[in-house]
Design a binder for this molecule. Structure first.
Ligand code: CP
Length: 302
């Protein structure tokens, strides 16, 4: 895995994904280890982020790496018209690995083709978010004790939600039963459903969240991705489709845990935060350990 880019979750085999999760458990026990002192990590964020950028930077800092980069492309030469190709080739000369978020689907793959250093996709448009997937898998394994044979519900914007796309693809390796809850206009794209069908797994589609709550081990809530809608009226029609409240959880299985990649807008009321089933803030913390594991592995130190 040394020097390997991570653009799609399928760039890592099931065994490689598990290796990252196992290593993340080691970093969870000992998060501060100065093993990347000789390395420079670049974080290039062409789109807003709180968790992904800061957890990557926290992960790199805890391992002793130097961090360079930007979160405001408007303050860089992109503003003068510099191409993505030239930006990536330039930053390749200044760093040992590039973590990039970009609004265009396919941009991370393109960057990996022109860069001289590995690229980690931190989200490319509505396509994929593979490092989120690894921390989601880590969180599922931690809360359920296994990744195998689980009932997992995905709720909300399944059309544009990139975290959903890459997590569904990863979970097809674990005999998952998928419960897909969305408004009619925001169903999981056929291309992602094809991955489920290829593995002969079962998925059910719903519009009512209450139908799935008693059935599932993981309730994966998502935000309606306002920034991906070309028509604001269409967004207005679906923006309040699902709001999870404590009374709705009364019939949930005791082992059920609520995940959300965050940020949330109004999908989960804040009283749910105190419910023992709520796991989303710990899920975000797990991102540091998983990203430490990724950096250390791809830079060839672990
Ligand atoms: N989960 C996630 O990608 O969050 P950010 O947009 O804050 O990075």
């Amino acid at each position: 895995m040394k020097n390997k880019s991570l653009v799609s979750i399928n760039d890592f085999t099931r065994e490689e994904q598990i290796r990252i999760l196992d290593l993340a458990e080691e970093f969870e026990k000992k998060p501060t280890q100065k093993i990347l002192q000789d390395f420079v990590v670049a974080t290039l964020f062409f789109e807003p982020s709180t968790r992904t950028r800061l957890s990557f930077e926290s992960a790199a800092s805890r391992l002793g790496a130097k961090v360079i980069g930007f979160s405001e492309p408007g303050s860089t030469s992109v503003q003068k018209g510099e191409s993505l190709r030239d930006t990536i080739r330039t930053v390749s000369n200044y760093s040992d690995i590039i973590v990039m978020r970009h609004p265009k689907e396919g941009s991370a793959r393109f960057a990996s083709e022109v860069a001289d250093v590995p690229i980690i996709n931190a989200g490319d448009g509505a396509n994929q978010h593979p490092t989120q997937t690894l921390l989601d898998m880590f969180s599922i394994r931690k809360t359920q004790g296994t990744l195998d044979n689980l009932n997992v519900a995905f709720v909300g914007d399944l059309k544009y939600g990139r975290t959903v796309h890459s997590l569904v693809m990863a979970l097809t390796n674990y005999n998952t039963t998928f419960h897909l809850v969305s408004p009619e206009s925001l169903k999981l794209p056929s291309i992602v459903k094809m991955h489920i069908k290829e593995k002969n797994l079962t998925y059910y589609q719903y519009t009512d969240i209450l139908e799935v709550i008693p059935e599932v081990d993981i309730l994966y809530m998502t935000r309606i991705q306002k920034e991906r809608f070309s028509d604001p009226i269409e967004y207005e029609q679906v923006k309040n489709s699902y709001t999870l409240r404590n009374p709705m959880l009364e019939n949930a299985k005791p082992n059920m845990r609520i995940l959300h990649p965050l940020p949330r807008v109004n999908e989960i009321t804040i009283d749910v935060d105190e419910n023992p089933m709520a796991y989303y803030f710990t899920q975000a913390l797990n991102g540091v350990y998983v990203r430490q594991a990724l950096l250390a592995t791809i830079l060839g130190v672990k």
